[in-house]
Design a protein around this ligand. Structure first.
Ligand SMILES: [Zn+2]
Length: 167
C-alpha cells in the first residue's frame, strides 16, 4: 500500500474533484460533503488485512502475513456496487450514492496498490489466480508525496471554497 495517508488523501481528492467539477449541481443534495470523507475511509478498507495480521500474530504467536490477500480483490468492491444498484432501484438515492462512493474508494485502493513496488496480489480472485505484480514506484520515492498532495489540495480548497472562512 502506498502508505495509509496517501491512500486516504488520493481517494478524498479524487472524489472531491468529481463532486466539485463533474457532478451535475442538482445531484449535490444526495451527495453531501461528509460522503467525501466516507469515501476516503473506504479507500483504506482493503488494508483491514493489516490489523488482522497483527492481531492474528499477537494472539497465536505466529509470523504470518495476510496483507494484500483476498481483501485486495475487485469482487469485494463489486459487492458495494451491487448494493448501490439495489438501493437505486428501491429509489433510495442518497444511500445508493453512499455505497457507490464506498465502491469507488475500495476499487481505487486496489488499483493504486498496483503502482507500488513489492510483492503481488490477486485482484481477480476468485475467478482467476492471476498475480498482479506491483511495479513502478518504490516506497522511498513516495516519501513526501503525502505532504505535497495535502498542500496542493488545501490550496485548491482555499480557492474553491474559501476554507479560511470556516477557521
Ligand atoms: Zn493495500
Amino acid at each position: 500500500m502506498p502508505t495509509a495517508v496517501v491512500h486516504v488523501l488520493l481517494t478524498i481528492i479524487a472524489i472531491d474533484l468529481f463532486r466539485d467539477y463533474f457532478l451535475p449541481k442538482h445531484h449535490l443534495k444526495k451527495f453531501p460533503r461528509w460522503m467525501v470523507l466516507v469515501g476516503g475511509i473506504a479507500g483504506l478498507l482493503p488494508d483491514v488485512d493489516m490489523p488482522f495480521t497483527w492481531a492474528y500474530n499477537f494472539i497465536f504467536g505466529t509470523n504470518v502475513n495476510f496483507h494484500a490477500g483476498v481483501t485486495h480483490a475487485y469482487i469485494f468492491a463489486a459487492l458495494f456496487l451491487g448494493v448501490a444498484w439495489l438501493l437505486h432501484f428501491m429509489k433510495k438515492e442518497k444511500a445508493s450514492m453512499l455505497f457507490a462512493i464506498i465502491f469507488f474508494g475500495y476499487a481505487f485502493h486496489i488499483t493504486l496498490d498496483f503502482f507500488v513496488l513489492g510483492g503481488a496480489y490477486m485482484p481477480l480472485w476468485p475467478f482467476s489466480a492471476f498475480q498482479m505484480p506491483r511495479t513502478f514506484i518504490s516506497l522511498d520515492h513516495l516519501f513526501g508525496l503525502d505532504a505535497i498532495l495535502l498542500i496542493l489540495w488545501l490550496v485548491h480548497e482555499e480557492f474553491k471554497h474559501k476554507i479560511k472562512d470556516y477557521i
